[in-house]
Each structure stands twice: as C-alpha cells, then as structure tokens.
Design a protein around this ligand. Sequence first.
Ligand code: BG6
Length: 486
Amino acid sequence: ELKENTIIIVLGASGDLAKKKTFPALFGLYRQGFLPRDVKIVGYARTKMDKAEFDKRATSYLKNPNDDPEITQAIQQFKDLSTYISGSYEDSEAFANLNAHLEEIESHYKGPEANRLFYFALPPSVFVPVAKNLKEQCYVTKGGGVNRVIVEKPFGKDLDSARELLSSLKQYWTEDETFRIDHYLGKEMVKNLLVLRFANVAMGAAWDKNHISNVQITFKEPFGTEGRGGYFDEFGMIRDVLQNHLLQVLSILTMERPVSFSAEDIRDEKVKVLRSIPPIAREDTLLGQYVSANGKPGYLDDDTVPRNSVCPTFAATTLWIHNPRWEGVPFILKAGKALNEAKVEVRIQFKDVTQGIFKDIARNELVIRIQPSEAVYLKLNAKTPGLYTRAMPTEMDLTYKRRFTEAKIPEAYEALILDALKGDHSNFVRHDELDVAWKIFTPILHWIDGKSGARPRPVPYPYGSRGPKELDPFIQKYGFKRANDS
Ligand code: BG6
C-alpha cells in the first residue's frame, strides 16, 4: 500500500539516468495521481547548482510538445514539491546535512510516521559509500515508517564482484529494504508473459519440449554507443543486456507456475529454472562488433572507445535448460547495437506438424513483441478461402494499439517506482536470482575478457545491418526455420 508522509530522494540527481528516466517517471506518476498526496522529492548530487538550474535539468525530458496548459501547470507543481541539495558521496557530514533537510520537511507532516525512498541514479563506484552514509545519517525511524533503496545495474562484473558488492550493501540495507531494478520487468509485455502463460489453457498446453522447437529472445537497437563508449566498453553487450534484461524475460517465459502471485513465490520459480541452466558454452556464442557503413561511424571510430577494442556490440548465446519441460530446446538470446531497427521480441517456434496430409507447411510461431508497438501474434496455417483445399500461412494478431485503442501503456520506470513505493518486490531482482544469472554468464565473460587466454575477436557487421552474416547459420544450427525455407 502507498504510504503517506513519503520523501523520494534521488541520488545522482544531476546525471543522465535521473534526467532521462527517474524524473520523467516520477512526473508521470505524479500527474496520474499515483504518488502519495503529500510526496516531496529531493534531489542530491555533487554538482553545485541553484534550484532554478536543478529544475531545468530535472524537467528537461518532460514532454509537453503542444504547450498544453494542464501539463505546464503540472510541471510547475512538480517543481514546487522538489528541492535540491548538493554534497559529496563519500562525506558523512554532507549526508547529515541532507538528513537535516529531510527532517525539516518531515516536521510539517501530519502524524508521526516518516518514510523515505532512496533512488540510486549513481555510478557503481559510489554505491557502497552512499549506502553506508544513507544508513548511518539518513535512516529514519520515526513512527515506524520504512526506508527503501532502489538500485540499478551494473551489479558487479562477474560472479565474484557481484557477490562482493551485494555483501557490502547487505551490511547496511536488508533484502526487504532493497529494490534491484531491471527495468525490463516493468515493461507491459514482460508483465503480460505471466498472464499469457498461466491464464490460458491453450498456451500452457503447448509450452514444452514436445511442441516447441526453439525460442529466440531478441534485442535490437538502431544506434551505436554514441558518446557512451567509455561505459559500454567496460561492460559489453552481454553484461549490458543479455545477463539481465533478456535472461529475466527467459526466466519468466520458462519457469513453472508459481503457487501464487506473491513476490517470493514468483522469484522462487525464476531462480529454480535459472539454476537448471549450465554456463554458456563458447561454441554456443557468436560475437560481433559494428563497423562503419552508410556514412555512420564504426564502434572503433567512437572517440570514447579505446583503440583496438574487441568489446562485442553484438552477442548471440544459446542456453539450455536441463529440466523435464525444456530438455533439448535451444533458447537463443541475441542483442546488438547499431542494427537495422529498434525491436525487442520473443519468438517461439513450434515444431513441424507430423508429415502426412500436409507437407512442407510453415511452422507455427508465437511472437511477443515487447517494443515498439506491443503485440502478440500467432502465425498459423489456415485454408485459403476458395473452392479448393490449400493451407496458407496467416496470423492471429493482437496488436495493442489496434485492439486496446484507449489504453495507455505505462512506462517501465513508472510501474517499478510505484511497486517500490508499495513495497512490492515481485518485479525486482532478488539476490539469488542475480547470483545464478552471473553463474550462467561468468565463464563466457571471462573468456571474452581474456582471463583464460587470447581474447576472442568479434566478427564485423556493418552499422545499420541485420547483424553479422554468421547470424543466420548460427540460428539455423539450432533448428530455426524461416517460414519461406520450408
Ligand atoms: C539499458 C542498457 O539497460 O537498457 C542500454 O544499458 C540499453 O544500453 C537500454 O540501450 C535499453 O532499454 P530500452 O528500455 O530502451 O529497451
């Protein structure tokens, strides 16, 4: 439940994440009436700036293209409930100063309870000192209120560093107080997976190795690192997207039915299925790096990228789940920057119909498009209308913007911040989920990092293309058939 008397404190308030994601999500919630009525927002960062400058930054990504007076007014109100404090991340006195500011706000509350939600929009290098300083200086105990922290990846770089980070943070914040964001879990279509699977007998019945040939979970972005090369090069495509966002989608797609909708029941099932996945094998991996094409710069042309970097900007990895439901079904996770389109989707390809009356007809496919233009469609064969019997491939199509014309699809960050305000952990990453996710990816990452010999060289692919030319044979190796191949 939403608690009144809540302050949301955004740490790293002058940075990119806060500007592009956190403040717009807070504003979206505010405008739709989803924040506690008396909410106050406090920005905190190193940068010294006055309130006007802070307001300018915090609202720079709020959209009001037609100067709608209602939105203009809401933006003004949003500014009025926000304040800004500057201070360092290491210095405990700066946090004592922040606390004094928070107490001043709380002194105007009705009732004794005070609640604080701390949002880390911070670089990982300061996670631990900030967690410590917040706990020691800004932890509120008045009236039995709650303190919560929202943190976001990167959670370490491999199994050991993630464990170290988590155990450092655990000294200050309990699991119950911690909300680890993977923003894919806030996306409407990712949340829809639970309903599609478990609220439909027809789907559930075909959801196994007897009916499914292969599954692809694909992430495509049409732009390169463009200025974020420094961060990206340290992490690479697997850490940036596969190990978290795509693996989360995979776990919901493949877990057994949870006993209930409770956060622990759902996460227990996710962890169980992830524990059935062995570390990814080198031969189940394809790495690529984009090169200049069509007037667009290659990865190595980006000034923020080290020369001769072999960091993958494209990765496809195939995972196997060793349990009775999924034994033998390949799950291909693939993600790339600087490709031909923006698209995130799950594509489940069913097996061929047994030969007999129909030969050489296309396989069924269920496609769940996460973005853009949310959709679920099932490719199936139907009789060609007319006075003869011929099967033709067609689709049952649930494109959201056609079917749900009035619906507003919530932003992922709005959904997740609201969950954290309510104390609902269902769509946040539990410590053991993170641990097992790193177990699956750490050996392949160490190989890519050169910890076990020569670093593998990614294959080149042109900016704006579908990916490396090696991709089609890679996918076909796992039994994927293109509709027109059959
Ligand atoms: C982030 C990655 O986690 O997700 C980015 O660090 C990526 O590299 C982004 O662009 C994609 O998120 P979305 O919501 O735009 O699909």
